[in-house]
Design a binder for this molecule. Structure first.
Ligand code: BGP
Length: 465
C-alpha cells in the first residue's frame, strides 16, 4: 500500500490524444512530421495526414474522457500543453487566446472532479517552424521562444496548475534529436550538433524551473527522463563498464536537472569527440536552478554487451539493447522487468535523495473488442507486477509522490505511430488508417485500476485493505 495522499492517476500527451491539428490557430509541431512515429521517417513539409493529426479527438471529447478518469478515481491527470496551440510557430509575440482558453476549460473540468492537472510543458511538441528555421534547440532563438511560451503558460495557469514538468523524456535527444530537440540538420561533427542542442535544452528547462519558483512558491516542477537500467549482458568487466557508460547517457540529463551541474565525465567525452559547447556567461548559473522532483517513465530494462556478435543482433531495437534471456518481451519486443523498476526507483533515490514521480508505465498490446469490452488480463498482469515493485521500493524507503499510468485512454503510439499498439484502460474505436467511430469502451483494466486506486495499492496476500 502506498502512503496517504499518494497521487494515483494517468498520463497522456497532447500530440497523441488531441487531434484538431490545425484548428483555432494551431500549427504543426515536430510530432506532426513523423510519418510512422519516432522510428519512421520525417516529412518536414507534412505532405500527408499522419496519425497524430487525428489523435483520439480529445480536443472535442475531453469532457467525456475526464468523466471516465474521475470514475476511475484519479487524483491527478498528467497531460501536456501543445506549444503550437499557444504560439503556433513559436515566433509570435502574443499568445493565441484560443489555445489558452482551451486548456483553461480542460483544467476547470479536471478540478470539477477534484483531479489535479500535472502539466508537461513540452512532450515532443516543439513548433515545427522552429525545427525547420532554427534547427530546434541547436539555436538560442529556440531557447528564447521556449521562454516566451513557458512564461505565458506558467503565468496564465498559476492558480490552476500546481505540478509541472519541463520536457518529456529529455534524454530522448540521444536516440531521436528531432523528436527530443527539433534537430533536423547536423554539422559535420554530428556530436557537436546534438550536444549543443542538449545544452540549450537543459538551459531552457532550468530557466523554466527558476521562473516557476519565482512566481509561485507553492508549485512543484520536475524533470522527466526515460529511465530503465542498462544491465551488463555478462559479468565481463568490459560489459560492466559499457553498462556504466550507457547509464551515464541517461542520467547525465537528470544529474544536471537535479544537481545543477554537469557530471565530471562529460568534459572528457566532449574533448574526445571534438565538441565545444557555446555557452554564455550566465549559463552555468542558470543550470543551478534544480527541480523539485524526479519524473520518470519506466517501461523496460536494457542490456549492454561489448561482444560484436551480440551488438549486431541488437541493431534496430529502440535502444539497441541486447535481448535479456531472463525476461519475456511484449509483442513490440520490449522486455518486461518489474524488478528493474524497483531497482531504478532505489538507484535514483540513492543518487538524488529527491522524491520520484512515476509519470509513465504501461503495457502496449493488441486488444480485441468483444461485446463492448476488452479482457486485457495481460495488461493487468503487467501493471500489477510493476505496482507491486513500486510498493516494494517504497518499503525500501524510496520517496514516491505518485504514479500516472500510461495511459487511461488508447492513443497514437509515439514510437510507431500505430493505433493498434494500445495502452489504454479505455478502448477507443479507431484504427491505424483513421477509420472508426471514436467511441469509448471500458476495458477490464479500467475496473481493476479503479479498485487499486480506492485501495491505495495492491494488498499482499493476507493483508487487509
Ligand atoms: C514514452 C513517451 C510516450 C509514450 C510511451 C509509450 O516514450 O513519452 O509519449 O508514447 O513512451 O511508447 P510507444 O507509444 O512508443 O509505445
Amino acid at each position: 500500500m502506498m502512503k496517504k495522499g499518494f497521487l494515483w492517476g494517468g498520463a497522456a500527451a497532447a500530440n497523441q490524444i488531441e487531434g484538431a491539428v490545425l484548428e483555432n490557430g494551431k500549427q504543426y509541431s515536430v510530432s506532426d512530421a513523423l510519418i510512422h512515429g519516432m522510428k519512421g521517417e520525417i516529412d518536414p513539409d507534412v505532405r500527408g495526414c499522419y496519425p497524430t493529426h487525428r489523435g483520439v479527438d480529445f480536443y472535442y471529447h475531453y469532457k467525456e474522457d475526464i468523466r471516465l478518469f474521475a470514475e476511475m478515481g484519479f487524483k491527478v491527470f498528467r497531460m501536456s500543453i501543445a506549444w503550437t496551440r499557444i504560439y503556433p510557430t513559436g515566433m509570435e509575440t502574443e499568445p493565441n487566446q484560443n489555445g489558452l482558453q482551451f486548456y483553461d476549460r480542460v483544467f476547470d473540468e479536471l478540478h470539477k472532479y477534484g483531479i489535479e492537472p500535472l502539466v508537461t510543458l513540452c512532450h515532443y511538441e516543439m513548433p515545427l517552424y522552429l525545427a525547420k528555421h532554427y534547427n530546434g534547440f541547436e539555436s538560442r532563438a529556440t531557447v528564447e521562444a521556449f521562454q516566451r511560451y513557458a512564461r505565458t503558460v506558467l503565468d496564465y495557469f498559476k492558480e490552476k496548475v500546481k505540478y509541472w514538468v519541463t520536457f518529456n523524456e529529455i534524454n530522448v535527444m540521444m536516440i531521436s534529436p528531432f523528436c527530443g530537440g527539433g534537430v533536423i540538420r547536423y554539422r559535420e561533427n554530428r556530436a557537436q550538433t546534438i550536444w549543443q542542442a542538449t545544452h540549450n535544452q537543459l538551459l531552457a528547462s532550468a530557466w523554466a524551473v527558476r521562473y516557476c519558483h519565482e512566481i509561485n512558491a507553492e508549485a512543484q516542477i520536475g524533470c522527466m527522463i526515460a529511465s530503465g537500467p542498462w544491465y551488463p549482458f555478462t559479468c565481463r568487466p568490459e560489459d560492466v563498464f559499457l553498462a556504466l557508460k550507457k547509464n551515464w547517457q541517461t542520467y547525465l540529463f537528470s544529474d544536471v536537472q537535479v544537481r545543477g551541474e554537469y557530471p565530471f565525465y562529460i568534459y572528457k567525452y566532449w574533448k574526445d569527440h571534438g565538441v565545444t559547447i557555446q555557452m554564455e556567461e550566465e549559463d552555468l548559473g542558470i543550470l543551478k536552478n534544480t527541480v523539485d522532483f524526479v519524473g520518470i517513465s519506466y517501461y523496460q530494462s536494457r542490456c549492454a554487451s561489448t561482444d560484436p556478435e551480440e551488438q549486431e543482433k541488437a541493431q534496430g531495437n529502440l535502444f539497441q539493447s541486447v535481448r535479456n534471456p531472463y525476461l519475456n518481451i511484449t509483442d513490440w519486443g520490449w522486455p518486461i522487468d518489474p524488478q528493474g523498476f524497483r531497482y531504478t526507483l532505489n538507484m535514483l533515490y540513492d543518487r538524488y535523495q529527491k522524491p520520484i514521480f512515476v509519470l509513465e508505465n504501461g503495457f502496449g498490446a493488441v486488444d480485441v473488442l468483444e461485446n463492448g469490452t476488452v479482457h486485457d488480463t495481460y495488461r493487468i498482469e503487467y501493471l500489477k507486477s510493476h505496482i507491486v515493485a513500486m510498493q516494494e521500493a517504497e518499503e525500501d524507503g524510496v520517496e514516491i509522490m505518485g504514479y500516472t499510468v500510461w495511459t487511461p485512454l488508447d492513443l497514437v503510439s509515439f514510437s510507431t505511430g500505430e493505433m493498434k499498439k494500445r495502452y489504454g484502460m479505455i478502448y477507443v474505436d479507431k484504427k491505424d488508417d483513421g477509420s472508426g467511430s471514436g467511441k469509448r469502451y471500458k476495458k477490464d483494466s479500467f475496473y481493476w485500476y479503479k479498485k487499486v486506486i480506492s485501495d491505495n495499492g495492491i494488498a499482499k496476500e493476507g493483508e487487509h485493505v
